[in-house]
Write a protein that binds this ligand. Structure first.
Ligand code: NAD
Length: 434
């Protein structure tokens, strides 16, 4: 392997552009630096990993229902492609800005690397409140955005997926637009598509199932069992409801779940299948018959074996870490705990499974979708879930071994595993041109 020379010049410093100062990106940089320190990484490699490779800004003119044309801002950031094509979701939200997308793209690089996938990191988005768009407007916006970023994406280049504010239908429009412009169907240009047009079985519940696979593994490592363990889940959307369901199916006692309206508690365990049915009819968990009402905050402070925050960012910080009584925290959501809170709780002996490992099930099954599309040969759900288990448990084990070897928490260990893999690949590939 070729060692790169350390460049001491000021090019190592970040330029002052605002998009490289976004808090989300600064957090990612801190994580990359910490990971690099643990494995004593080459400073040249760390400096390279701290900059996005390419940031694309596009203007997206859209014919609205009132016949006026509105111009939206769209972004696609291709952060790193050392390990393979760029991969990451497309977010539609009013707060999307280039800095946020850069930060999220860096996190995708870290996640794809730690999960052992053959992908680099990317992310995209449009600054728009999708709840204010009609279906036609959303379709027009998606198609024009796809066309604008079209020269830069493709099954071998950059593969978008759904994120906040986008869904399988959005991916179907993206796939169709790209295919129309290429002149033939290219299912593998996006993942998270409906099954009818090249999506994968098991994609919908994959993130929640991954959360449960790593939880089971952690219990095993700690000499305990998921059967009979008490679990609390914050958030009952895609990730939270599946994490609760699969925990319950494995004999765990899910004592509390919550959503934006509040939470429900039953010390003997909630019948999660019935709660899911209840939510289908009532749009909230609140009011479920065999339960007491609790607040989202009270849920976080329950004395449980496993706490799964699966809703929002930053719900556990230095301000409330001392109130946490859970013995294990599994981050189903992205960034539910701050780095400070992780350090406080790790010191208290709480076992934390960080988001880049715990919620990696979604991108792993996206990877399977891409593989199946390229073969035009589709697997049954059992095969998808079995392969998911093997990949996510392997990522957990690598993190666990690193944490033990270097005496660090699982978040730092995951970063170290991620930077280590990227470093090895970068040194093998070398710098172009020399
Ligand atoms: P979702 O929209 O399906 O569900 C979100 C849930 O959180 C809902 O039950 C909502 O009521 C609840 N919620 C919203 N505001 C809340 C509040 N203030 N207090 C308590 N609960 C609140 O979203 P999702 O797809 O389940 O994603 C949840 C998290 O997981 C996000 O951080 C997302 O980035 C992350 N994630 C999702 C996936 C995936 O495949 N869906 C993959 C990786 C990471």
């Amino acid at each position: 392997m070729e060692k790169q020379q350390t460049d001491k010049s000021e090019t190592q410093e970040l330029p002052p552009e605002e998009h490289l100062r976004h808090p989300l990106f600064l957090n990612a940089l801190q994580a990359i630096e910490e990971g690099g320190k643990i494995i004593n990484a080459d400073p040249n490699i760390v400096a390279r990993l701290k900059r996005p490779k390419r940031c694309l800004i596009v203007s997206v003119p859209v014919r609205m229902d009132d016949y006026n044309v509105k111009v939206f801002n769209g972004y696609r950031v291709q952060y790193n492609s050392t390990l393979g094509p760029y991969k990451g979701g497309i977010r539609y939200h009013q707060d999307v800005c280039l800095g946020e997308v850069v930060g999220l793209a860096a996190l995708m690089m870290i996640k794809n690397s730690v999960m052992g996938l053959p992908y680099g990191g990317g992310k995209g988005g449009i600054t728009v409140d999708p709840t204010k768009l009609s279906r036609t407007e959303k379709q027009n916006l998606t198609r024009r955005f796809t066309s604008e970023i079209g020269p830069f994406i493709g099954p071998n280049k950059d593969i978008p997926a759904p994120d906040v504010g986008t869904d399988p239908q959005t991916m179907a429009w993206m796939m169709d637009t790209y295919s129309q412009e290429q002149g033939y169907t290219q299912a593998g240009v996006v993942t998270g598509k409906p099954v009818e047009i090249g999506g994968s079985l098991g994609r919908n519940g994959a993130t929640g199932l991954g959360v449960v696979y790593v939880t089971e593994r952690a219990f095993e490592k700690l000499g305990k069992s998921m059967k009979g363990a008490t679990v609390a889940v914050q958030g009952f959307g895609n990730v939270g409801s599946h994490a609760a369901l699969y925990s319950w199916e494995r004999g765990a006692k899910v004592v509390a779940v919550s959503d934006v309206n509040g939470g429900i508690f039953n010390g003997d365990g909630l019948p999660i299948k019935d709660v899911i049915e209840y939510v289908k009819n009532n749009k909230t968990v609140v009011g479920f018959p065999q339960s007491q009402k609790i607040s989202n905050e009270e849920l976080l402070y329950l004395d449980v074996d496993a706490l799964m925050p699966c809703a929002l960012e930053g719900v556990i910080g230095a301000h409330n870490a001392d109130k946490i009584k859970a013995r294990m925290i599994i981050e189903g959501a992205n960034g539910p705990m701050t780095n400070d809170a992780t350090k406080i709780l790790h010191k208290k002996g709480v076992f934390i499974i960080p988001d880049v490992i715990a919620n990696g099930g979604g991108v792993v099954v996206s990877y399977f979708e891409w593989v199946q599309d390229s073969m035009s040969f589709f697997w049954d759900e059992e095969e998808v879930n079995g392969r998911l288990k093997s990949i996510i448990v392997k990522a957990f084990d690598k993190g666990y071994t690193m944490a033990k070897e270097k005496n660090v928490d699982m978040r730092q260990a995951a970063m170290a595993v991620s930077v280590d893999r990227l470093q090895k690949a970068m040194l093998l590939r070398g710098l172009y041109p020399r």
